[in-house]
Design a protein around this ligand. Structure first.
Ligand code: ADP
Ligand code: MG
Length: 687
């Protein structure tokens, strides 16, 4: 192209890309700076490459890229000393933009400016998002005149010779009225920090300052805003532990030190470098997510790696750098991308291998750090089958004595004592060492071991383990009395007959909300507690799950009221004494009622016999009435009996005291009830 001043039309198939750029891409305006700097870096790297292979023989000179602001002229300039462009190249690379199917694509991705810009190689044109006019001032390393290209954000441009003598390119943006913010140093500083911190070519913005005459003044030394060789680009063998720590602190100032790191370094079949750190993850799960920064050849792309790596890995911190992750496409496309899948699989494997190595080499350290690693590891095992396969060999179970076991070790530990009569292995666990203390103690006294499952995902994880382990069941220690937790063949005799239990039941129930508490009897030892409160494993777990998943399909369980069993130890001396007292106090009355019921029951029997073998219509009305009458009389007498027992029960302070003690042992006695209990206890002591 001859370089007299010329005018031309930018070659776009759609009428005009500029309105589209402005209209659709407004949310991500700031990326223009990243794009211009990336182009400058590319240009500088090209000249370096040309020099290294001998195709460029001149002086490379200072290759620093410079960003400058001119508040008066309202310009922002990005200058480099890279390859530059000839007039011909400007025509080829800038004027002739391939832009087919633009509008359709725009509609599809209008929320994702990254996708559009990268997809069309519109990097340079993103500068029109913030400018009225853009000027390119460039001189190629090849022979020929320097050229100046200008365009005012429509489809026409001018190109003319200019007297620039220095090799390289300056892109001068004349910022529009809506984009004045980009004239603020602090704004640009912030953007540079976000996108350009680790670019491989030095970037200067402003000058270093010094303290003089009571104020900061600029020196004439350039302020370089980036680290050109960040830790992940170096060889692991060239880095010390301290370097990894310093890099972490650079990335996340004010954060606790990480537990360990992994340096990733792959160049086949895809290129991937990076350093991942295991942070201490206790319970603030969401806060920890999405700290990994994604780079493409040291250009920052995003700090949201969701969809690129499995969800559990988003709990890690650090940096991934891969030019093979197609960064400028939508997330949904990413997830199905072949390379992305391979990369994500590779990272998962590396993370598992690293953990395994630490476990093997220094189990003590691994155990010490388990509480901080557990959420991450368990979450990974729960959500990624491949991770489960590896982690099952080093994942730990912690018991209530703070001892750690691998899954196999633990199985061996409990096999003998905790296999029930159906050959199922029963894993006992507690969610809270303090609240379930009494039950834990009882289980231990029986020779059982109790796991501590106090993590955020443990209810889910327990379900998962039950699916994975064969013939195994997890049972919380307080879901039943210790004898019933693991059902064995042997049965202890009960000192209370079923008749005696029937008398005692209404006595106890008289103090309890029916529908919430169910009285049950268990033949425990004399040493076991007289009364205990348990909560069935199944319904409790269902409720917990529905709470965790925020309702949804299992809401039925979520809205169900809590229900508890009040288990009465039928072999405890106090219970036996109460049973005797019932007989002494109201036995006569009960016997009277029983005596009155006896003939009625005989009548009922014979009436039922008459009915036998007959169809409904064959039974006379008289017979039917009689049957109803007898049934009603029996029911009334039963009610009367319960009433007698209930009146007796309500007066029995000892029964109330035992119930309160059971509630107290479960942390369920509060407020007024607790106060009443304390006062009653004092009374009882004084007697
Ligand atoms: P991409 O960088 O994806 O190729 P851009 O729109 O960002 O797309 O840039 C288009 C082309 O313009 C580049 O490929 C390059 O050839 C040329 N170019 C842009 N900026 C510069 C620069 N600073 N120095 C030399 N060439 C440049
Ligand atoms: Mg570019």
């Amino acid at each position: 192209m001859d370089t007299q001043k010329q005018q031309g039309t930018i070659n776009v198939t759609s009428e005009n890309i500029f309105p589209i750029i402005k209209k659709f891409l407004y949310s991500d305006h700031e990326i223009f700076l990243r794009e211009l700097i990336s182009n400058a870096v590319d240009a500088v790297q090209k000249i370096k490459t040309l020099a290294s292979v001998g195709d460029f023989k001149g002086e490379l000179g200072d290759l620093t890229i410079r960003i400058s602001l001119d508040k008066k002229k309202k310009t922002l300039t990005v200058s480099d000393r890279g390859v530059g462009m000839t007039a011909k190249e400007i025509d080829k690379f800038i004027n002739q933009i391939a832009f087919s199917g633009a509008e359709e694509f725009m509609k599809k991705y209008k929320k994702d400016a990254n996708a559009i810009i990268g997809h069309f190689g519109l990097g340079f044109y993103s500068s029109f998002m913030v400018s009225d006019m853009v000027e390119i001032n460039t001189k190629s390393y090849k022979r020929g005149r320097a050229v100046k290209w200008t365009c005012e954000g429509d489809t026409t441009f001018t190109i003319e010779d200019t007297d620039r003598t220095d090799r390289g390119t300056s892109i001068i943006l004349h910022l529009d009225n809506d984009s004045k913010e980009f004239l603020e140093e602090s704004k640009i500083q912030g953007l540079l920090n976000k996108y350009s911190r680790f670019l491989p070519i030095p970037i200067a913005f402003g000058k270093e300052q010094e303290w003089k005459d009571n104020k900061y003044i600029d020196t004439d030394k350039d302020k370089i805003i980036n680290t050109t060789e960040p830790a992940w680009t170096k060889k692991p063998s060239d880095l010390k532990e301290e370097d990894y720590q310093n890099f972490y602190r650079d990335l996340y100032p004010m954060t606790e030190e990480p537990l360990f790191h992994i340096h990733l370094n792959v160049d086949y079949p895809f290129t991937l470098t990076g350093i991942l750190y295991f942070p201490k993850i206790r319970n603030n799960f969401e806060v920890q997510k999405n700290k990994i920064q994604l780079y493409s050849n040291q250009v920052f792309v995003t700090d949201s790696v969701e969809g690129i790596v499995p969800d559990f890995l988003t709990l890690l911190h650090g940096v991934l750098d891969s030019p093979d992750i197609p960064l400028n496409v939508s997330r949904s496309f990413l997830q199905s991308d072949h390379n992305v899948k391979k990369i994500s699989g590779h990272i998962t494997k590396k993370v598992a291998d690293r953990l395994k190595k630490i476990f093997k080499k220094d189990r003590e350290q691994f155990e010490l750090k388990w509480d901080d690693l557990k959420l991450f590891i368990n979450y990974g095992m729960l959500t990624e089958e491949k991770f489960w396969d590896k982690a099952k060999d080093f994942a730990l179970l912690k018991n209530t004595d703070t001892k750690f076991f691998t899954y196999t070790e633990y199985k061996d530990l409990i096999k003998e004592n905790q296999t029930d009569k159906d050959e199922n292995l029963v894993y006992l666990y507690a969610n809270n060492k303090d609240e379930e203390f009494g039950f834990i103690q009882a289980a231990k006294e029986k020779g059982y071991d109790v796991l501590l499952m106090d993590g955020q995902f443990d209810t889910h994880f327990i379900n998962h383990l039950e699916q994975k382990f064969e013939k195994s069941r997890f049972v919380r220690v307080d879901s039943d009395v210790v004898d019933n937790l693991i059902s064995k063949e042997e049965k202890r005799d009960s000192k209370l007959s079923s008749e005696q239990q029937d008398l005692l039941r209404p006595v106890i129930q008289s103090h309890l909300l029916s529908g919430t508490y169910f009285v049950q009897f268990a033949a425990l030892t004399e040493k076991d507690k007289p009364m205990m409160i348990t909560q069935a494993e199944f319904s409790r777990r269902m409720k917990e799950m529905s709470k965790l998943s925020g309702g949804g399909g299992m809401d039925m369980y979520g809205s169900m009221p809590d229900s508890y069993n009040l288990v009465v130890n039928s072999n405890h001396p106090i219970i036996n004494a109460i049973s005797e007292d019932v007989v002494n106090q109201v036995g006569d009355k009960i016997n009277e009622i029983n005596d009155a019921q006896k003939p009625l029951k005989v009548d009922l029997d014979s009436l039922e016999k008459l009915k036998e073998g007959k169809k409904d219509e064959e039974i006379g009305q008289e017979e039917k009435d009689k049957l109803e009458e007898v049934n009603k009389k029996i029911a009334d007498l039963t009610k009367e009996k319960e009433e007698v027992l209930s009146v007796y029960g309500k007066d029995n302070k000892l029964v109330k005291q035992l119930i309160d003690l059971a509630l107290l042992a479960n942390n369920m006695l509060t407020g007024e009830a607790l106060n009443t209990f304390v006062n009653r206890s004092i009374d009882l002591i004084q007697k």
